[in-house]
Design a protein around this ligand. Structure first.
Ligand SMILES: *Cc1c(COP(=O)(O)O)cnc(C)c1O
Length: 493
Protein backbone atom coordinates (compact mmCIF):
# COMPACT_ATOMS: atom_id res chain seq x y z
CA UNK A 1 0.00 0.00 0.00
CA UNK A 2 1.37 3.44 -0.96
CA UNK A 3 0.80 5.70 2.02
CA UNK A 4 1.87 9.22 2.90
CA UNK A 5 3.03 10.44 6.27
CA UNK A 6 4.09 13.71 7.83
CA UNK A 7 7.64 15.10 7.80
CA UNK A 8 7.07 15.78 11.49
CA UNK A 9 6.06 12.23 12.28
CA UNK A 10 2.81 12.87 14.15
CA UNK A 11 0.15 11.92 11.62
CA UNK A 12 -1.12 8.41 10.97
CA UNK A 13 -0.20 7.50 7.33
CA UNK A 14 -2.95 8.17 4.77
CA UNK A 15 -3.50 7.13 1.16
CA UNK A 16 -2.93 9.16 -2.02
CA UNK A 17 -6.50 10.43 -2.44
CA UNK A 18 -6.83 11.49 1.18
CA UNK A 19 -3.47 13.27 0.92
CA UNK A 20 -4.63 15.23 -2.13
CA UNK A 21 -7.78 16.31 -0.32
CA UNK A 22 -6.10 17.12 2.95
CA UNK A 23 -3.20 19.17 1.53
CA UNK A 24 -1.08 19.57 4.66
CA UNK A 25 -0.43 17.05 7.47
CA UNK A 26 -2.43 17.34 10.72
CA UNK A 27 0.68 18.17 12.72
CA UNK A 28 1.61 21.12 10.47
CA UNK A 29 4.24 19.06 8.60
CA UNK A 30 4.23 18.20 4.91
CA UNK A 31 3.06 14.88 3.50
CA UNK A 32 5.77 12.64 2.06
CA UNK A 33 5.70 9.13 0.54
CA UNK A 34 6.03 6.35 3.11
CA UNK A 35 7.33 3.96 0.44
CA UNK A 36 10.46 3.53 -1.66
CA UNK A 37 10.46 5.39 -4.99
CA UNK A 38 9.90 3.17 -8.03
CA UNK A 39 12.99 2.98 -10.23
CA UNK A 40 12.28 3.58 -13.91
CA UNK A 41 14.17 2.18 -16.89
CA UNK A 42 15.05 5.12 -19.13
CA UNK A 43 14.89 3.04 -22.31
CA UNK A 44 11.19 2.39 -21.62
CA UNK A 45 10.45 6.11 -21.33
CA UNK A 46 12.45 7.60 -24.15
CA UNK A 47 9.82 7.47 -26.88
CA UNK A 48 6.81 8.35 -24.75
CA UNK A 49 4.73 11.45 -25.43
CA UNK A 50 3.99 13.78 -22.52
CA UNK A 51 0.67 12.20 -21.55
CA UNK A 52 2.02 8.65 -21.51
CA UNK A 53 5.13 9.69 -19.62
CA UNK A 54 3.03 11.61 -17.08
CA UNK A 55 0.78 8.55 -16.62
CA UNK A 56 3.79 6.31 -16.10
CA UNK A 57 5.49 8.59 -13.56
CA UNK A 58 2.43 9.74 -11.62
CA UNK A 59 1.00 6.22 -11.39
CA UNK A 60 4.03 5.32 -9.27
CA UNK A 61 2.46 7.42 -6.50
CA UNK A 62 -1.11 6.14 -6.76
CA UNK A 63 -2.83 2.87 -5.79
CA UNK A 64 -2.36 0.24 -8.51
CA UNK A 65 -5.99 0.37 -9.66
CA UNK A 66 -5.72 4.14 -10.20
CA UNK A 67 -3.62 4.02 -13.37
CA UNK A 68 -6.44 4.41 -15.89
CA UNK A 69 -7.96 7.28 -13.88
CA UNK A 70 -4.60 9.02 -13.84
CA UNK A 71 -4.28 8.47 -17.58
CA UNK A 72 -7.63 10.19 -18.18
CA UNK A 73 -6.66 13.06 -15.88
CA UNK A 74 -3.37 13.50 -17.76
CA UNK A 75 -5.17 13.59 -21.11
CA UNK A 76 -7.45 16.31 -19.68
CA UNK A 77 -4.53 18.37 -18.44
CA UNK A 78 -1.96 17.95 -21.19
CA UNK A 79 -3.78 16.96 -24.37
CA UNK A 80 -6.90 19.08 -24.72
CA UNK A 81 -5.35 22.27 -26.05
CA UNK A 82 -4.30 23.93 -22.78
CA UNK A 83 -0.74 23.27 -23.89
CA UNK A 84 0.60 23.15 -27.43
CA UNK A 85 1.65 19.71 -28.71
CA UNK A 86 4.77 18.49 -26.98
CA UNK A 87 3.88 20.48 -23.84
CA UNK A 88 7.48 21.35 -22.89
CA UNK A 89 9.68 22.54 -25.79
CA UNK A 90 13.44 22.28 -25.19
CA UNK A 91 15.93 24.39 -27.10
CA UNK A 92 19.57 25.42 -26.85
CA UNK A 93 20.53 28.95 -25.74
CA UNK A 94 24.27 29.45 -25.35
CA UNK A 95 25.70 26.80 -23.03
CA UNK A 96 22.35 25.48 -21.74
CA UNK A 97 19.25 23.76 -23.01
CA UNK A 98 16.18 25.74 -22.00
CA UNK A 99 13.11 23.66 -21.08
CA UNK A 100 10.16 26.02 -21.43
CA UNK A 101 7.58 25.23 -18.75
CA UNK A 102 5.37 28.22 -19.53
CA UNK A 103 3.15 27.15 -22.40
CA UNK A 104 0.05 26.48 -20.28
CA UNK A 105 -3.01 28.56 -19.59
CA UNK A 106 -1.34 31.25 -17.44
CA UNK A 107 2.13 31.38 -19.03
CA UNK A 108 4.03 30.22 -15.94
CA UNK A 109 5.46 26.89 -14.83
CA UNK A 110 2.79 26.51 -12.13
CA UNK A 111 0.48 25.37 -14.96
CA UNK A 112 2.47 22.14 -15.24
CA UNK A 113 0.99 20.94 -11.95
CA UNK A 114 -2.09 23.11 -11.59
CA UNK A 115 -3.64 21.93 -14.85
CA UNK A 116 -3.68 18.48 -13.30
CA UNK A 117 -4.33 19.14 -9.59
CA UNK A 118 -8.06 20.03 -9.93
CA UNK A 119 -8.53 16.79 -11.84
CA UNK A 120 -6.75 14.87 -9.08
CA UNK A 121 -8.95 16.67 -6.58
CA UNK A 122 -12.24 15.72 -8.30
CA UNK A 123 -10.96 12.19 -8.71
CA UNK A 124 -10.11 12.03 -5.01
CA UNK A 125 -13.51 13.44 -3.99
CA UNK A 126 -15.14 10.61 -5.95
CA UNK A 127 -12.83 7.91 -4.66
CA UNK A 128 -13.51 8.95 -1.08
CA UNK A 129 -17.26 9.40 -1.58
CA UNK A 130 -16.84 12.92 -0.23
CA UNK A 131 -19.93 15.12 -0.37
CA UNK A 132 -18.67 18.19 1.43
CA UNK A 133 -17.55 21.13 -0.68
CA UNK A 134 -13.80 21.70 -0.76
CA UNK A 135 -12.56 25.26 -0.23
CA UNK A 136 -9.15 25.70 -1.78
CA UNK A 137 -7.01 28.28 0.03
CA UNK A 138 -4.04 29.58 -1.87
CA UNK A 139 -1.31 32.02 -0.99
CA UNK A 140 0.52 33.33 -4.00
CA UNK A 141 3.54 35.41 -4.93
CA UNK A 142 1.85 35.89 -8.30
CA UNK A 143 1.92 32.79 -10.45
CA UNK A 144 0.37 30.05 -8.31
CA UNK A 145 -2.73 32.16 -7.79
CA UNK A 146 -3.63 32.57 -11.42
CA UNK A 147 -2.71 29.00 -12.33
CA UNK A 148 -4.85 27.66 -9.46
CA UNK A 149 -7.74 29.98 -10.40
CA UNK A 150 -7.72 28.81 -14.00
CA UNK A 151 -7.45 25.20 -12.88
CA UNK A 152 -10.28 25.33 -10.36
CA UNK A 153 -12.68 27.83 -11.90
CA UNK A 154 -16.15 26.31 -12.22
CA UNK A 155 -14.90 22.87 -11.11
CA UNK A 156 -17.84 21.18 -9.41
CA UNK A 157 -17.60 20.58 -5.67
CA UNK A 158 -14.86 23.19 -5.22
CA UNK A 159 -14.40 26.89 -4.57
CA UNK A 160 -11.13 28.78 -4.41
CA UNK A 161 -9.83 31.77 -2.42
CA UNK A 162 -6.54 33.33 -3.45
CA UNK A 163 -4.54 35.70 -1.23
CA UNK A 164 -1.80 37.78 -2.87
CA UNK A 165 0.48 40.61 -1.70
CA UNK A 166 -1.20 43.69 -3.18
CA UNK A 167 2.13 45.41 -3.73
CA UNK A 168 4.23 42.35 -4.40
CA UNK A 169 3.15 40.98 -7.77
CA UNK A 170 3.75 42.22 -11.31
CA UNK A 171 1.16 44.32 -13.16
CA UNK A 172 0.46 41.46 -15.55
CA UNK A 173 0.11 38.93 -12.73
CA UNK A 174 -2.35 41.15 -10.88
CA UNK A 175 -4.42 41.87 -13.98
CA UNK A 176 -4.50 38.15 -14.79
CA UNK A 177 -5.83 37.30 -11.34
CA UNK A 178 -8.40 40.03 -10.76
CA UNK A 179 -10.03 39.46 -14.15
CA UNK A 180 -10.55 35.72 -13.63
CA UNK A 181 -13.96 34.47 -14.68
CA UNK A 182 -15.93 31.71 -12.98
CA UNK A 183 -18.53 31.53 -10.23
CA UNK A 184 -16.49 29.81 -7.53
CA UNK A 185 -13.40 32.07 -7.44
CA UNK A 186 -12.33 34.96 -5.20
CA UNK A 187 -9.12 36.97 -5.19
CA UNK A 188 -8.14 39.03 -2.15
CA UNK A 189 -5.16 41.36 -1.86
CA UNK A 190 -3.33 41.63 1.44
CA UNK A 191 -1.27 44.40 3.01
CA UNK A 192 1.76 42.22 3.57
CA UNK A 193 4.17 40.01 1.66
CA UNK A 194 3.95 36.45 0.34
CA UNK A 195 5.26 34.91 3.56
CA UNK A 196 2.47 36.64 5.52
CA UNK A 197 -0.11 35.16 3.17
CA UNK A 198 1.47 31.70 3.25
CA UNK A 199 1.80 31.67 7.04
CA UNK A 200 -1.86 32.67 7.50
CA UNK A 201 -3.07 30.01 5.09
CA UNK A 202 -0.96 27.34 6.80
CA UNK A 203 -2.47 28.41 10.14
CA UNK A 204 -5.97 28.11 8.72
CA UNK A 205 -5.40 24.41 8.01
CA UNK A 206 -4.54 23.58 11.60
CA UNK A 207 -7.01 25.93 13.29
CA UNK A 208 -9.46 24.06 15.53
CA UNK A 209 -11.86 26.99 15.34
CA UNK A 210 -12.02 26.95 11.56
CA UNK A 211 -12.31 23.18 11.59
CA UNK A 212 -15.42 23.41 13.78
CA UNK A 213 -16.89 26.07 11.49
CA UNK A 214 -16.19 23.90 8.47
CA UNK A 215 -17.95 20.93 10.04
CA UNK A 216 -20.94 23.12 10.76
CA UNK A 217 -21.14 24.31 7.16
CA UNK A 218 -20.29 21.05 5.40
CA UNK A 219 -17.04 22.37 3.96
CA UNK A 220 -13.43 21.29 4.23
CA UNK A 221 -10.25 23.19 3.50
CA UNK A 222 -7.50 22.14 1.13
CA UNK A 223 -4.50 23.71 -0.53
CA UNK A 224 -3.31 24.31 -4.06
CA UNK A 225 0.06 25.52 -2.78
CA UNK A 226 3.14 23.44 -3.31
CA UNK A 227 2.62 21.88 0.11
CA UNK A 228 0.03 19.63 -1.64
CA UNK A 229 1.55 16.39 -2.94
CA UNK A 230 -0.52 17.01 -6.08
CA UNK A 231 1.92 19.80 -6.92
CA UNK A 232 5.31 18.14 -6.74
CA UNK A 233 4.28 14.78 -8.19
CA UNK A 234 3.22 16.16 -11.63
CA UNK A 235 6.41 18.25 -11.67
CA UNK A 236 8.60 15.14 -11.69
CA UNK A 237 7.39 14.43 -15.22
CA UNK A 238 9.04 17.32 -17.05
CA UNK A 239 12.45 16.46 -15.63
CA UNK A 240 12.21 13.11 -17.39
CA UNK A 241 10.58 14.65 -20.45
CA UNK A 242 13.21 17.35 -21.04
CA UNK A 243 15.88 14.66 -20.69
CA UNK A 244 14.23 12.23 -23.11
CA UNK A 245 13.68 15.11 -25.55
CA UNK A 246 17.43 15.75 -25.63
CA UNK A 247 18.01 12.03 -26.22
CA UNK A 248 15.52 11.95 -29.09
CA UNK A 249 17.09 15.10 -30.55
CA UNK A 250 20.52 13.43 -30.46
CA UNK A 251 21.96 16.05 -28.11
CA UNK A 252 22.81 13.50 -25.39
CA UNK A 253 22.96 9.69 -25.22
CA UNK A 254 20.63 7.59 -23.10
CA UNK A 255 22.23 7.32 -19.66
CA UNK A 256 24.41 10.44 -19.95
CA UNK A 257 24.43 12.58 -16.83
CA UNK A 258 22.96 16.09 -16.93
CA UNK A 259 22.75 19.05 -14.58
CA UNK A 260 19.53 20.94 -13.93
CA UNK A 261 19.41 24.66 -13.20
CA UNK A 262 16.32 25.62 -11.22
CA UNK A 263 15.14 29.17 -10.42
CA UNK A 264 13.83 28.54 -6.91
CA UNK A 265 11.59 30.04 -4.24
CA UNK A 266 9.41 27.62 -2.34
CA UNK A 267 11.67 24.80 -3.62
CA UNK A 268 8.82 22.67 -5.01
CA UNK A 269 10.25 22.67 -8.50
CA UNK A 270 13.74 21.55 -7.47
CA UNK A 271 12.39 18.97 -5.03
CA UNK A 272 10.52 17.30 -7.90
CA UNK A 273 13.82 17.06 -9.77
CA UNK A 274 15.54 15.40 -6.85
CA UNK A 275 12.75 12.83 -6.71
CA UNK A 276 13.14 12.24 -10.47
CA UNK A 277 16.75 11.42 -9.69
CA UNK A 278 15.69 8.90 -7.04
CA UNK A 279 13.48 7.33 -9.72
CA UNK A 280 16.43 6.77 -12.03
CA UNK A 281 17.06 10.03 -13.91
CA UNK A 282 20.85 10.50 -14.22
CA UNK A 283 21.34 13.94 -12.68
CA UNK A 284 24.73 15.01 -11.42
CA UNK A 285 24.05 18.39 -9.85
CA UNK A 286 21.05 20.61 -9.23
CA UNK A 287 22.00 24.26 -9.41
CA UNK A 288 19.60 26.10 -7.09
CA UNK A 289 19.26 29.70 -8.25
CA UNK A 290 17.91 32.53 -6.07
CA UNK A 291 17.43 36.26 -6.47
CA UNK A 292 18.43 38.83 -3.86
CA UNK A 293 16.30 36.88 -1.35
CA UNK A 294 19.11 34.37 -1.08
CA UNK A 295 18.16 32.31 1.95
CA UNK A 296 18.47 29.09 -0.08
CA UNK A 297 21.95 30.02 -1.31
CA UNK A 298 23.06 30.43 2.28
CA UNK A 299 21.39 27.20 3.35
CA UNK A 300 22.97 25.11 0.61
CA UNK A 301 26.42 26.54 1.27
CA UNK A 302 26.44 26.72 5.09
CA UNK A 303 23.69 24.38 6.33
CA UNK A 304 22.10 27.24 8.28
CA UNK A 305 18.56 28.30 7.45
CA UNK A 306 18.29 31.82 8.80
CA UNK A 307 15.04 33.67 8.15
CA UNK A 308 16.07 36.64 10.30
CA UNK A 309 16.79 38.90 7.40
CA UNK A 310 15.26 41.60 5.29
CA UNK A 311 12.64 40.67 2.70
CA UNK A 312 13.29 42.29 -0.69
CA UNK A 313 10.78 42.98 -3.42
CA UNK A 314 12.63 42.21 -6.65
CA UNK A 315 12.11 42.07 -10.40
CA UNK A 316 11.71 38.28 -10.09
CA UNK A 317 8.79 38.44 -7.61
CA UNK A 318 7.71 34.79 -7.80
CA UNK A 319 10.99 33.99 -6.03
CA UNK A 320 10.64 36.63 -3.29
CA UNK A 321 10.36 34.19 -0.40
CA UNK A 322 11.98 33.70 3.00
CA UNK A 323 10.01 30.68 4.19
CA UNK A 324 10.74 28.01 1.61
CA UNK A 325 8.15 25.36 2.46
CA UNK A 326 9.31 22.43 0.40
CA UNK A 327 12.81 22.53 1.81
CA UNK A 328 11.28 20.71 4.80
CA UNK A 329 10.66 17.73 2.54
CA UNK A 330 14.23 17.65 1.26
CA UNK A 331 15.62 17.91 4.78
CA UNK A 332 13.32 15.04 5.81
CA UNK A 333 14.67 12.85 2.99
CA UNK A 334 18.23 13.82 3.92
CA UNK A 335 17.50 12.90 7.56
CA UNK A 336 16.37 9.45 6.38
CA UNK A 337 12.80 10.18 7.43
CA UNK A 338 13.57 11.13 11.04
CA UNK A 339 10.36 13.03 11.87
CA UNK A 340 11.44 13.97 15.39
CA UNK A 341 14.48 15.73 14.04
CA UNK A 342 12.44 17.69 11.49
CA UNK A 343 9.88 18.63 14.15
CA UNK A 344 12.76 19.97 16.25
CA UNK A 345 14.21 22.00 13.35
CA UNK A 346 10.82 23.46 12.53
CA UNK A 347 10.17 24.35 16.14
CA UNK A 348 13.53 26.14 16.24
CA UNK A 349 12.64 27.95 13.02
CA UNK A 350 9.32 28.96 14.49
CA UNK A 351 10.77 30.18 17.76
CA UNK A 352 14.05 31.73 16.69
CA UNK A 353 13.80 32.08 12.90
CA UNK A 354 16.81 29.81 12.42
CA UNK A 355 17.87 26.17 12.28
CA UNK A 356 21.09 24.40 11.44
CA UNK A 357 21.54 20.94 9.95
CA UNK A 358 24.52 18.81 10.98
CA UNK A 359 27.79 18.45 9.04
CA UNK A 360 27.00 14.99 7.70
CA UNK A 361 23.73 16.13 6.24
CA UNK A 362 25.31 19.25 4.78
CA UNK A 363 27.98 17.14 3.09
CA UNK A 364 25.29 14.92 1.60
CA UNK A 365 23.37 17.91 0.32
CA UNK A 366 26.48 19.53 -1.12
CA UNK A 367 27.29 16.40 -3.10
CA UNK A 368 24.07 16.86 -5.08
CA UNK A 369 23.26 20.58 -4.97
CA UNK A 370 25.08 23.78 -5.84
CA UNK A 371 23.56 27.18 -5.18
CA UNK A 372 23.98 30.81 -6.17
CA UNK A 373 22.12 34.11 -6.30
CA UNK A 374 21.84 37.11 -8.58
CA UNK A 375 21.21 40.80 -7.83
CA UNK A 376 18.46 42.69 -9.65
CA UNK A 377 21.01 44.58 -11.76
CA UNK A 378 22.65 41.32 -12.78
CA UNK A 379 19.25 39.91 -13.76
CA UNK A 380 18.82 42.80 -16.19
CA UNK A 381 22.38 42.45 -17.46
CA UNK A 382 21.90 38.70 -17.95
CA UNK A 383 18.74 39.20 -20.01
CA UNK A 384 20.58 41.69 -22.23
CA UNK A 385 23.76 39.62 -22.60
CA UNK A 386 21.91 36.39 -23.32
CA UNK A 387 19.73 38.05 -25.95
CA UNK A 388 22.75 39.66 -27.62
CA UNK A 389 24.79 36.46 -27.64
CA UNK A 390 22.16 33.86 -28.38
CA UNK A 391 19.00 35.66 -29.56
CA UNK A 392 17.05 33.98 -26.76
CA UNK A 393 14.78 36.18 -24.62
CA UNK A 394 14.77 35.19 -20.93
CA UNK A 395 12.20 36.26 -18.36
CA UNK A 396 13.53 37.68 -15.09
CA UNK A 397 13.23 34.39 -13.15
CA UNK A 398 14.82 32.28 -15.82
CA UNK A 399 17.53 34.93 -16.06
CA UNK A 400 18.35 34.30 -12.41
CA UNK A 401 18.98 30.68 -13.36
CA UNK A 402 20.98 31.55 -16.46
CA UNK A 403 23.17 34.05 -14.61
CA UNK A 404 23.80 31.79 -11.62
CA UNK A 405 24.69 28.96 -13.99
CA UNK A 406 27.35 31.10 -15.73
CA UNK A 407 28.93 31.74 -12.33
CA UNK A 408 28.68 28.04 -11.47
CA UNK A 409 30.53 27.05 -14.66
CA UNK A 410 33.19 29.71 -14.13
CA UNK A 411 33.77 28.44 -10.58
CA UNK A 412 33.70 24.69 -11.28
CA UNK A 413 34.52 24.13 -14.98
CA UNK A 414 31.69 21.59 -14.88
CA UNK A 415 30.66 21.15 -18.51
CA UNK A 416 28.06 18.43 -17.97
CA UNK A 417 25.14 19.20 -20.34
CA UNK A 418 22.76 21.47 -18.45
CA UNK A 419 19.02 21.92 -18.66
CA UNK A 420 17.74 25.30 -17.47
CA UNK A 421 14.10 25.21 -16.41
CA UNK A 422 12.40 28.31 -17.75
CA UNK A 423 9.65 29.16 -15.28
CA UNK A 424 7.82 32.04 -16.95
CA UNK A 425 7.20 33.72 -20.27
CA UNK A 426 9.10 37.01 -20.62
CA UNK A 427 5.74 38.62 -21.42
CA UNK A 428 4.67 38.17 -17.79
CA UNK A 429 7.37 40.62 -16.67
CA UNK A 430 7.56 42.76 -19.80
CA UNK A 431 8.64 46.10 -18.27
CA UNK A 432 11.82 44.59 -16.83
CA UNK A 433 12.61 42.58 -19.94
CA UNK A 434 12.02 45.53 -22.27
CA UNK A 435 14.20 47.75 -20.11
CA UNK A 436 16.92 45.12 -20.20
CA UNK A 437 16.88 44.92 -23.98
CA UNK A 438 16.53 48.64 -24.77
CA UNK A 439 17.31 50.65 -21.65
CA UNK A 440 13.87 52.27 -21.86
CA UNK A 441 11.15 52.48 -19.21
CA UNK A 442 7.67 52.00 -20.66
CA UNK A 443 4.34 50.92 -19.22
CA UNK A 444 3.35 47.28 -19.09
CA UNK A 445 1.18 46.96 -22.20
CA UNK A 446 3.45 49.11 -24.35
CA UNK A 447 6.27 46.84 -23.24
CA UNK A 448 4.41 43.71 -24.37
CA UNK A 449 3.69 45.27 -27.75
CA UNK A 450 7.20 46.51 -28.33
CA UNK A 451 8.88 43.33 -27.14
CA UNK A 452 6.86 41.48 -29.70
CA UNK A 453 7.83 43.89 -32.48
CA UNK A 454 11.46 43.73 -31.42
CA UNK A 455 11.91 39.98 -30.97
CA UNK A 456 9.02 38.39 -32.92
CA UNK A 457 8.61 35.92 -30.06
CA UNK A 458 4.87 35.07 -30.02
CA UNK A 459 2.82 36.50 -27.14
CA UNK A 460 1.37 33.54 -25.17
CA UNK A 461 -2.35 33.09 -25.79
CA UNK A 462 -3.41 33.72 -22.15
CA UNK A 463 -1.82 37.20 -22.19
CA UNK A 464 -3.33 38.53 -25.40
CA UNK A 465 -5.85 41.30 -24.76
CA UNK A 466 -5.81 41.03 -20.95
CA UNK A 467 -5.76 44.82 -20.54
CA UNK A 468 -9.33 44.95 -21.87
CA UNK A 469 -10.78 42.38 -19.45
CA UNK A 470 -13.17 43.43 -16.68
CA UNK A 471 -11.67 43.75 -13.19
CA UNK A 472 -13.90 41.63 -10.92
CA UNK A 473 -12.03 41.69 -7.58
CA UNK A 474 -10.76 44.73 -5.69
CA UNK A 475 -10.83 43.76 -2.01
CA UNK A 476 -7.66 44.30 0.05
CA UNK A 477 -7.39 43.20 3.69
CA UNK A 478 -4.81 43.51 6.46
CA UNK A 479 -2.60 40.47 6.94
CA UNK A 480 -3.84 40.15 10.54
CA UNK A 481 -7.38 39.70 9.23
CA UNK A 482 -6.83 36.82 6.79
CA UNK A 483 -8.09 34.14 9.19
CA UNK A 484 -11.21 36.20 9.95
CA UNK A 485 -11.89 36.60 6.26
CA UNK A 486 -11.63 32.85 5.77
CA UNK A 487 -14.02 32.30 8.71
CA UNK A 488 -16.54 34.67 7.13
CA UNK A 489 -16.35 32.86 3.81
CA UNK A 490 -16.97 29.50 5.50
CA UNK A 491 -20.00 30.95 7.32
CA UNK A 492 -21.34 32.18 3.96
CA UNK A 493 -21.52 28.60 2.70
C1 LIG B 1 6.85 29.70 -8.47
C2 LIG B 1 7.90 30.23 -9.35
C3 LIG B 1 9.26 29.99 -9.08
C4 LIG B 1 9.73 29.26 -7.86
O1 LIG B 1 9.37 27.90 -7.88
P1 LIG B 1 9.40 27.05 -6.52
O2 LIG B 1 8.82 25.75 -6.89
O3 LIG B 1 8.55 27.81 -5.56
O4 LIG B 1 10.82 26.97 -6.08
C5 LIG B 1 10.19 30.48 -9.99
N1 LIG B 1 9.82 31.19 -11.07
C6 LIG B 1 8.53 31.45 -11.35
C7 LIG B 1 8.19 32.26 -12.54
C8 LIG B 1 7.52 30.97 -10.51
O5 LIG B 1 6.25 31.24 -10.79
Amino acid sequence: MKLYKSTRGQQKPIDFYTSILQGIADDGGLLVPDFAFEKKTLADLVDMNYVDLATEIISSFVPADGRELIHQACIGAYDTGLFAKGVVPVQPAGNVYVAELFHGQTAAFKDMALSLLPRLMTLSLKQKGENREVMILTATSGDTGKAALEGFKDVEGTCIKVFYPEEGVSAVQKQQMVTTEGNNVEIIGINGNFDDAQTAVKKAFVSAELKALCDEHNVFLSSANSINIGRFIPQIVYYFYSYTTLVRDGEIKLGDEVNFVVPSGNFGNCLAGWIAKQMGLPVKTFVVASNKNNILTDFFTTGVYDANREFYKTNAPAMDILVSSNLERLVWFMADGDGDRIAKYMQELNETGIYRIDEAMLAKIKSEFAAGCLSEDDVIKTIRDCYKKTGYMLDTHTAVGYGVYQEYVAATNDTTPAILLSTASPYKFPESVYKALTGEDVDVYTAIDRLHKLTHVPIPYPLRGIQDKEVRFKEVVNKEDILDVIATRIKDK
